[in-house]
Structure formats: structure tokens, C-alpha cells
Design a protein around this ligand. Sequence first.
Ligand code: UD1
Length: 372
Amino acid sequence: MRWVAVVGARPNFMKIAPIYRAAVKHEGIEFFLVHTGQHYDGGMSDVFFDDLGLPQPDIHLGVGSGTHASQTGRVMVKFEEAVQEHGADLVIVVGDVNSTLAGALVASKLRIPLAHVEAGFRSYDRDMPEEINRVLTDAVSDFLFTPSEEASSNLLKEGIEKDRIFLVGDVMIDNLFANAGKAARSGIGKELGVEKGEYAVLTVHRPANVDSHETLSAIIDALRELSCRVRLVFPLHPRTEKMLSRHGLLEDLRAIRNLIVSRPLGAMDFQWLLTNARLVLTDSGGVQAESSALGVPCLTLRDRTERNETVKLGTNVLVGLDGDRIIMEAEKALSGSRPEPARISLWDGKASERIVEALLARRDSDRGGFRL
Ligand code: UD1
């Protein structure tokens, strides 16, 4: 059986890696990897393939950057051609990026069974383009693999049939387990000159946070103040770097004395940095879950999150871009002891195995393909 996985952006590579590892253990599954080219810089793409032991993509669509319509549309056109040429018994899409939605629309219209991994996440904030990608991808998927009970119940509320929903846990957590040993050997701490437990790490790339001068200035002001209390490490996403330059703020950021600006980091270096941080500030989805699982206090620079379970656990606090709130919550986290890593039963490193098992159980041995 040919399982065609569509990946395009940095978090996709993370999510597909454990699924690839679980699938190729089974004889009879041919895992066919399609890279859309949404992310193309070495530091946003190649390094993840190397770090995570992913094979080179079977096909590279090379779509690159663009507006939502042009990027999504170009992936659709090229992916449709690829699937028609190479065939697929199943298409797997992961997460919520434009490549996810494009792959899902193509598969569903070609009537190829479609699996969505990380189904059911909802921030209920349509200002996030990812929220639109999530809702639409889930609506057309045949197999919806959810990371949490809340995600499953979000799908039921949208009228999705129960027997299409599979609660399997979070594949991002699979990576933490699988990569712990390799990440521990990363030399990034030495390279950046930071000691374990003595710094905070920051990741920001959402358009709502980085695309305007006003929000970027608010972030820089908060960082300037925070840097008086703790050393900061800030790996810059290319979008963020571009926006800082466009708004003439890159030098203001670099001028903050106790803040280290770094290139975007690979999976192992980032896992080392996160594991050993005193605190993390982020607007990423995956980092909220990873930090909760590692017991690193997380402040999320957003007003809403699709990862509510981390807020309920108390390992994650939504602070938005309110400077006073950021400083207050950071001081609280820095003065307290490190929280226990969150224990969630399905955060056991085996979500990907459950996904592959569930798919294999739904094979139609009489007619080939899947029972939908
Ligand atoms: C995308 C996803 C977002 C995800 C993020 C992870 C969508 C709508 N957004 O956001 O959900 O959290 O990836 O990183 O799919 N760029 C480069 N080099 C690259 C890639 C991008 O320089 O390899 C720059 C380009 O200027 C590009 C900009 O970053 O225009 C934004 O890239 P894009 O893929 O459109 O969205 P992200 O912000 O990366």
C-alpha cells in the first residue's frame, strides 16, 4: 500500500517523523514523502530531515512562499499532478499549515482516503489562518487522529461522525521521547554560551505578532525589561527577521544586552534549548505542549490557544502581548520552583504507533484500500 504523506513547513517535518518511523516497521506499507516546498531554507527544512532521520522526499513540489491563495493553489495543482502520476492508497496530512489544507482538498476530491493527524485542535480564532486550515481539513478527512479528548469533542460538536475520530495523543510528544538522547548531545548551549537552567527561550512568528510595527515594538519593549531579570535566547524565524528589518526594528532587538539572537534552530538543538530552559515564551502551538511535557513554564504570547489542556494543567499561561502581564507572569515562574512535567496518559510517546495500528485495522482485506 502506498501511503503518501504531504509535508511543507517546519512543524510538519516534526509531526511526520514519528509516523514515518512507525509506518516503515510494517512490511507492505510504502511510505511516499511529498515535500511541497512551503519552507525551503536549509535551516527551516533540510536540517529537520537530517536531525529526524527522515528520508529525502520522493517528490519536491518547490512551491515556495506566497500569499495564502497562491501558495495553497500552487500546492494543489502540483500535488494533484503528482498523485495522478504516482498513485496513492492513502494521503496523510499533518497539522494546520497551508500545505496541509492543499493536500487534503486534493485527496478528498480525487476520492483518496485521507488521514489528518492533529485533528480537532481549535483556537476559535479565525484571525489565525491555521484555524481555517484546521476546520476545512477536518471537514474533508476520513480518518481524524486527535491529540486530546477536547480535540475529539470539538469534532463531535462540528457534526463529524464518531467512527471517523481516533483519540491517539500528541505526535509532537513522540519526538520528545524518541529524540531525548540525541538532543542531550547537542552542542547548542556551548555555541550560544548559555548554562542549563539559566536562560529563557523565546519563539515568535505568528503574523498577528510579527507583521506590524506596533506588535513588534510591544514585544521588544517586553524583552528589554525581561532581559534585566533573565538571559534570553531568541532563535529568529525568517518571517520574524524579515518583519523586524522591514519595520526598522532589528537593530533595537540586537541592542538588548542580555539577549542572544540566533539563527532558526534544528530539532535537536531546539529540544536541548527547551529542555534546559528556565522559562519559555512562545506563540507556537507545538512548543506549548512540549514545554508542558518537559516541565518548563510556558508563557504564550497569544490571547487564545488550541492547546487548552496545557492551560488547564497550569503549565502554560496565556499572556497576549500585555507587557505588564508578561513581566508579572515571568517573575512568578522565575521565582518558583520548576513544575513537575505534565502527566497526560496519551503523552506516552506512542501516538504515532496508535495511528498506524488504527489505519491498518481499517484496511479492507477483501477489496483493498480502506473501510471508510
Ligand atoms: C507557516 C505556517 C504556520 C507555522 C509556521 C512554522 C501557514 C499559513 N503558516 O508560517 O502555521 O506555524 O509555518 O514555521 O501555513 N520564509 C523564508 N524561508 C523559508 C520559509 C519562509 O524566508 O524557508 C519567509 C518568507 O519570507 C515567507 C515567510 O517566511 O514569505 C512566511 O512563510 P510561510 O510559509 O508563508 O508562513 P510561516 O510564517 O512560515
